[in-house]
Design a protein around this ligand. Structure first.
Ligand code: ACO
Length: 311
């Protein structure tokens, strides 16, 4: 009966066993995973836009090839994640509809504009750096298909992060104007990057249950702190200043102290009122509609193939 199934499930989770698609799971577990994996997949797909903006204007053939490959990787990440979500009994087309009708979220970070080429480097350094911090522990998420998707995604994210840092190092060795561009991009992306980890723990309705189910392995604040600690030495090596007067090493805690992000801004951006929300969704809808003929052709081909096999 249900209680026995529930107990068995909880014992397996507590014993660090992987939950697989055919296993019995509580409805709340399934719903939470669909919510988180779909939001994660949508973030990868929407995240192609801010960088895609610079493919045609990359300053050299080398930078263009790198950026093109990176944006393609993101499409791939979205696809693995939609596939992982489909093992939970939802359909990718249904998830896409929910994204473009704004019934499902994607990461706040992708609602900020990319104003100059240094933004491409800073997205690699800070945004992909934050993504790695958040996602490496998800390789140990209790749900097998999600955890396994994360392994490959994290390897590629690490490469993206190094790519961004190398771009910024190159610009910092350039002209004073180039150094200013890097500082300006750092100033604009720092706080939104901290917000990627979600609301503070006291204001995060999902964390407790997701931790108990081992879907999430750390709280939002734990990961945010880890990101700050990891990033400060990188900023020093790069020679940029992070725009937070409260940043300082705290010997007692063994961590850096840092200022409070503007949580009202995060709420605004999540609820649809960020600088680029409308444009991001409009572009996604357009691309989906433009692709309708491809889906129709593929379906027609599959139907013909099936009919041929029946004969
Ligand atoms: N942007 C948009 N929405 C957010 C963000 C954010 N940065 N942070 C939190 N939220 C949403 C949550 O989805 C939740 O909304 P919902 O209940 O309607 O779904 C609400 O705000 C409250 O937050 P939490 O209770 O803290 O939610 P949760 O436990 O899901 O934690 C987190 C949020 C940390 C983002 C988690 O879902 C997660 O780790 N996701 C996987 C990683 C991911 O999605 N990364 C995408 C960006 S990285 C990249 O693609 C390069």
């Amino acid at each position: 009966d249900e209680t026995a199934l529930q107990e068995h499930f909880e014992r397996r989770v507590a014993g660090e066993e992987r939950i697989e698609p055919r296993d019995w799971v509580p409805e709340g577990y399934r719903k939470t995973l669909v919510r988180q994996i779909a939001q994660h997949a949508h973030s990868e797909i929407i995240g192609m836009q801010p960088e895609g903006n610079w493919i045609t204007r990359a300053p050299s053939l080398r930078r263009k090839a790198i950026l093109l490959a990176k944006v393609q990787d993101e499409a791939g990440h979205g696809l693995y994640l939609y596939s992982a979500a489909e093992t939970l009994g939802v359909d990718r087309s249904e998830l896409t509809d929910k994204l473009i009708d704004q019934r499902q979220k994607y990461s706040s970070i992708f609602n900020y504009p990319t104003l100059n080429f240094a933004d491409i480097g800073v997205i690699g350094w800070l945004v992909d750096g934050a993504a790695i911090c958040n996602q490496v522990p998800l390789c140990r998420s209790s749900y097998g298909p999600y955890a396994r998707a994360m392994v490959r995604i994290c390897k590629e994210e690490s490469f993206h992060q190094r790519q961004g840092y190398e771009l910024l190092m190159t610009m910092m060795r350039g002209t004073p104007e180039q150094r200013e561009m890097v500082q300006d991009a750092t100033d604009r992306w720092w706080w939104p990057s901290l917000m990627m980890f979600g609301p503070p723990d006291g204001d995060s309705p999902n964390t407790q249950q997701s931790m108990a189910w081992r879907i999430k392995r750390h709280t939002n604040d734990e990961l945010r702190q880890k990101f700050v600690d990891m990033t400060i030495p990188q900023a020093e090596a790069l020679g940029v200043t992070l725009p937070d007067p409260d940043l300082r090493w705290n010997d007692e805690r063994g961590h850096y102290d840092f200022g409070e992000p503007d949580w009202s801004e995060l709420k605004r951006v999540i609820s649809g009122d960020g600088p680029c929300n409308e444009q991001r969704i409009a572009r996604r809808r357009e691309a989906h509609e433009d692709g309708a003929w491809v889906r129709e052709a593929a379906a027609a081909h599959a139907a013909k193939q099936a009919a041929r096999e029946e004969v």
